[in-house]
Design a protein around this ligand. Structure first.
Ligand code: AP5
Length: 220
């Protein structure tokens, strides 16, 4: 099973992708994580990517499609792929369709996570991430354990993202509405869209996604 998690910044895509990885042996492909890795590479491309991300704009289709192509070519995923933050434009959606067809794979579900914009500021400005394993925390809703150690890997370094501020969030939201939200209609028309309430608790959202995608055999 291959699925896309679609939603604005802070909708909870990364949080739910990690739950799906644990539950169904799936592989998470986050273009945001790939680009954050690229920006630390010190290359010219890394510097361009860093500027674009800090502003909150979208990186070019050419770069992100290239990254996804590379990851998909690297090997099979036991339980399938979770596309987290990709596609974000119609050109990326078309490219993903073509890549899946080339690989003889299907895109089975597109899960839209619906949230109010007002909730996103609090989610984004309260977020931190384990520097070792990427587990996502939130100052109020999922605080770092009192012993200062990540509940997933025991690591003790936590990071805040450079683009997790109100100014960048405004640009990120605008990019979402202008360039990414048309994908809701695109996948609806293809009969692949499922929508869940992303404002519910993390476990309730996970249950809604499980109900939307139906029974999945682990490792299938
Ligand atoms: P990316 O890293 O993809 O960021 P994003 O889409 O803005 O999404 P986020 O990671 O901010 O949020 P999320 O939905 O994963 O929420 P999370 O689970 O962390 O992209 C960053 C940048 O890279 C882009 O701006 C762009 O420049 C570039 N980029 C990436 N992909 C690209 C592409 N395809 N094309 C072009 N450019 C691209 O949750 C947020 C917080 O809320 C956490 O603290 C979490 O604990 C909390 N939370 C989650 N769920 C709940 C819940 N149910 N209840 C309460 N709190 C919750």
């Amino acid at each position: 099973m291959n699925l896309i998690l679609l939603g604005p910044p802070g909708a909870g895509k990364g949080t739910q992708a990690r739950k799906l990885v644990d539950a169904y042996d799936m592989v998470q492909l986050s273009t945001g994580d790939m680009l954050r890795e690229a920006r630390t590479s010190g290359t010219e491309m890394g510097k361009i990517v860093a500027d674009v991300m800090d502003r909150g704009d979208l990186v070019t289709d050419e770069i992100v499609i290239g990254l996804i192509r590379e990851k998909l070519g690297a090997g099979k995923a036991g339980g399938g792929f979770i596309f987290d933050g990709f596609p974000r434009t119609l050109a990326q959606a078309d490219a993903l369709g073509a890549l899946m067809a080339e690989m003889g794979q299907t895109l089975d579900h597109v899960v839209e996570m619906q949230v109010d914009d007002a909730a996103l500021v609090a989610r984004i400005t309260g977020r931190s991430t384990c520097g070792d394993c990427g587990e996502v925390y939130h100052d109020q809703t999922k605080p770092i354990p009192a012993d200062g150690k990540c509940s997933n890997c025991g690591g003790s370094s936590f990071q805040r993202r450079a683009d997790d501020n109100e100014d960048s969030l405004k640009t990120r939201l605008l990019a979402y509405y202008k360039q990414t939200s048309p994908l809701i209609g695109y996948y609806y028309a293809k009969g692949q869209l499922k929508s869940v309430d992303g404002l519910a608790s993390m476990d309730q959202v996970a249950a809604s996604i499980a109900a939307a995608i139906g029974p999945v055999r682990a490792g299938a």
